[in-house]
Design a protein around this ligand. Structure first.
Ligand code: AMP
Length: 290
């Protein structure tokens, strides 16, 4: 595996690969790698000849008072995991390489970026789309892989790729979960035992919604309320939202197989998000061994 930091080195390497006719797969991350990220690498490998994984904790997507400063960073560990996971090029640019000057040109996600996570974290998705577009501009991948775990992010990147005519195949890969259903996340390291136990209510709330859907419930508000009841019953959680939306994030009155149940809550100050496609259920996701 090649490790690069400089933007010029990354660009040169990608250009060389492209000239050699190799298809480039790209997995953008903020590091603190886990099996969820490595599943994206596997998905990228299956669709390309060379896999680039970026590690960059993007200051632009963190709001004031959020966890930018304490976000887990361990490039040495990430390097070991990436190499073992089949990454060809690990790109870990510095903050100055990505933002040599205060950004004036940024991406506006549109109304879908102001809902759900965007309502709780104003400006978050503008920061996400801006950095993703900047990373795309350097790597110029043929295929980019994102996790379904961050459903709204994936939906907004999909819209950006479509509206800005980016020549990139976007792949959204299933969520990797702990044996009790909790979605893997770099932020799970913040959870102590009590908060960790409370966090398991998120996949339980999603499973409850899926069961209701399978029993015939189609009222989107009722499905969201059911999930919320499960979350509210967990004393260790503060619920941010539970909603049932269309796969393009539009609000829905009546749910269908493609509708997505999304939940967000805080456990002892740590934000957790999760979602499920109602027609698929959590069975479509992959559990790591216990
Ligand atoms: P992050 O480093 O948390 O910004 O995530 C980088 C990419 O990994 C994003 O596309 C996430 O959606 C994806 N990802 C994070 N956690 C998981 C998970 N548990 N399963 C699948 N993909 C994930």
């Amino acid at each position: 595996m090649l490790s690069v930091s400089a933007l010029t080195a990354m660009r040169a390497h990608a250009q060389e690969a492209r000239r050699a006719g190799r298809r480039i797969g790209f997995v953008p991350t903020m590091g603190a790698l886990h099996a969820g990220h490595l599943a994206l690498v596997t998905a990228a490998r299956a669709r390309s000849d060379i896999v680039v994984l970026s590690v960059f904790v993007n200051p632009l997507q963190f709001g004031p008072g959020e966890d930018f400063a304490r976000y887990p960073r361990d490039l040495q560990r990430d390097t070991t995991l990436a190499a073992a996971g089949g990454v060809d090029v690990l790109w870990a640019p510095s903050r100055d390489a990505i933002y040599p000057e205060a950004p004036q040109v940024t991406v506006v996600p549109g109304p879908a970026g102001d809902r759900l996570e965007g309502a709780i974290r104003p400006g978050h998705f503008g920061g996400v789309l801006t950095v993703v577009l900047k990373l795309f501009g350097v790597v110029q991948p043929d295929v980019a892989v994102f996790g379904r775990k961050d459903f709204q992010q994936a939906a907004l990147v999909r819209r950006m790729v479509r509206e800005l005519n980016l020549p990139i195949d976007l792949v959204v890969s299933p969520t990797i979960r702990e044996p009790d259903g909790l979605a893997l996340s770099s932020r799970n390291v913040y959870l102590d035992a009590v908060a960790r136990a409370a966090a398991a209510a998120l996949p339980r709330a999603l499973a409850f919604g899926v069961e209701a859907f399978r029993s015939g419930e189609r009222n989107a508000a009722a499905l969201a309320d059911g999930a919320r009841t499960v979350l509210d019953a967990e004393r260790g959680l503060t619920v941010d939202y539970a909603a049932c939306v269309a796969d393009d994030l539009e609000p829905q009155v009546s749910a269908d197989e493609r509708s997505v149940l999304v939940v967000a809550a805080r456990a002892a100050g740590t934000r957790l998000i999760d979602n499920v496609v109602l027609g698929e259920g959590l069975e479509e996701d992959i559990r790591v061994a216990g």
